[in-house]
Design a protein around this ligand. Structure first.
Ligand code: IPE
Ligand code: IPE
Ligand code: MG
Ligand code: MG
Ligand code: MG
Length: 300
C-alpha cells in the first residue's frame, strides 16, 4: 500500500497527534473522583474528531510568527469548547442525535444528566487551561485570550447561534438569516481558533489580526455550509453521524435554500475570498491556505 498523504493530511495528522497529547494531559484522569464524570469528559473529547480548530490555532500561529510552545493551551481550549458544544448539540432537547464521531453520543453512552454536566465541566476546563498557561504567555495576553474565547462561546457567539438554530426549526429563513445563524453557531469558534493562534505572538500587528479575522469569517461560514452538504450527500459510515438528519428535523440549511450546487458555489466563493485575504502573507501561511481548501474538500 502506498501512502502519499496530501500536505493538508500530513499537517492535520501532526496537529491531531500534538493536540491529542495535550488534551490527554489536561483532562482529569478517569480514576479521579467523580470518576464517571471524568470518564464521560474523556469519552467526549478523546478518540475522534478532525481537530480542525486546533489545526487552525497552529496554522495561524505559524502565519503570525507566534511562540510555538504557547499554542497548545489555546488549541486545547477551543477544542474543549467545541467538544462541549457537540455534546449539548446532540442532547434530546436539541438535535437529539444518537451517533457522533462514529460512536454513540455521550447521553446514549452514559445518560442525559451526565452528558449535560460533562459539557458544563468541559467548558469550565477550557478557560482553566488558558488561565493556567503561565510559563508561556504573559498575564495580559492570557486575559485577552480568555475574553476572546468567552465572547466566541457565549450568547453573542456559538450559544447565540445554537439558539437561533433551535428557533428556526420548521421555518423558512432567507439567505441573510441563514448566514447569520451559521456565522454564530460555527463561525464564531473557528474565528476564535484562528485569532487565538495569532495572539500567541505577544506583539501581533493589527493588520495581521484584521486579515486573519476576515480569513476566519470566510472559512467559518464555508465550514458549516459544507457540513450541511455532507448531511445531504454523505453517508452515515463516512461522516460518523446519522446522515439526512437536518431534513428529518426540518432544519433550514444551505442545500435546502440554494440547492446542492448553489450551496457548493457559495462555499467555493468564500474559500476563494479567504485565499485573497492571505495575499499579504508568504509561505508562513501555507498551512492556512491548505486548511482553507480542506474546509470544502473534506469528506467527513
Ligand atoms: C461538527 O464539527 C459541527 C460543526 C460545527 C460543523 P466538526 O465537523 O469539526 O466535527 P469533529 O470535531 O471533526 O467531529
Ligand atoms: C452544530 O451544527 C453547531 C454546533 C455549535 C455544535 P450541527 O448541528 O449541524 O452539527 P452536527 O451536524 O450535529 O455535527
Ligand atoms: Mg445543531
Ligand atoms: Mg447537530
Ligand atoms: Mg450538521
Amino acid at each position: 500500500v502506498t501512502t502519499d498523504p496530501t500536505p493538508v493530511a500530513a499537517f492535520l495528522s501532526a496537529c491531531r497527534q500534538r493536540v491529542d497529547r495535550a488534551l490527554d494531559h489536561c483532562l482529569p484522569a478517569d480514576s479521579l473522583h467523580p470518576a464517571m464524570l471524568h470518564a464521560a469528559m474523556r469519552y467526549a473529547i478523546l478518540g475522534g474528531g478532525k481537530r480542525i480548530r486546533p489545526a487552525l490555532v497552529y496554522a495561524a500561529g505559524q502565519a503570525a510568527g507566534a511562540v510555538d510552545a504557547a499554542l497548545d493551551a489555546p488549541a486545547c481550549a477551543v477544542e474543549l469548547i467545541h467538544g462541549y458544544s457537540l455534546v449539548h448539540d446532540d442532547l434530546p432537547c436539541m438535535d437529539d442525535d444518537d451517533l457522533r464521531r462514529g460512536r454513540p453520543t455521550l447521553h446514549k453512552q452514559y445518560d442525559e444528566a451526565t452528558a449535560t454536566l460533562a459539557g458544563d465541566a468541559l467548558q469550565a476546563l477550557a478557560f482553566q487551561v488558558l488561565a493556567d498557561a503561565r510559563g508561556v504567555l504573559p498575564p495580559q495576553r492570557r486575559l485577552a485570550m480568555i475574553e476572546l474565547l468567552a465572547q466566541a462561546s457565549g450568547s453573542r457567539g456559538m450559544v447565540g447561534g445554537q439558539t437561533i438554530d433551535l428557533g428556526a426549526v420548521g421555518k423558512q429563513l432567507d439567505i441573510a438569516e441563514l448566514e447569520d445563524m451559521h456565522i454564530h453557531k460555527t463561525g464564531a469558534l473557528i474565528r476564535a481558533g484562528v485569532l487565538l493562534g495569532a495572539m500567541c505572538k505577544p506583539d501581533t500587528d493589527a493588520a495581521i489580526i484584521t486579515a486573519l479575522g476576515h480569513y476566519a469569517a470566510c472559512i467559518g461560514l464555508a465550514y458549516q455550509i459544507h457540513d450541511d452538504i455532507l448531511d445531504v450527500e454523505g453517508d452515515t459510515a463516512q461522516i460518523g453521524k446519522i446522515s439526512g438528519a437536518d431534513a428529518q428535523r426540518m432544519k433550514p440549511t444551505y442545500p435546502e435554500l440554494l440547492g446542492l450546487n448553489g450551496a457548493r458555489e457559495r462555499a467555493r466563493e468564500l474559500v476563494n475570498e479567504a485565499h485573497l485575504t492571505l495575499a499579504m502573507f508568504g509561505a508562513c501561511a501555507d498551512a492556512l491556505r491548505q486548511l482553507c481548501d480542506y474546509t470544502i474538500l473534506r469528506r467527513r
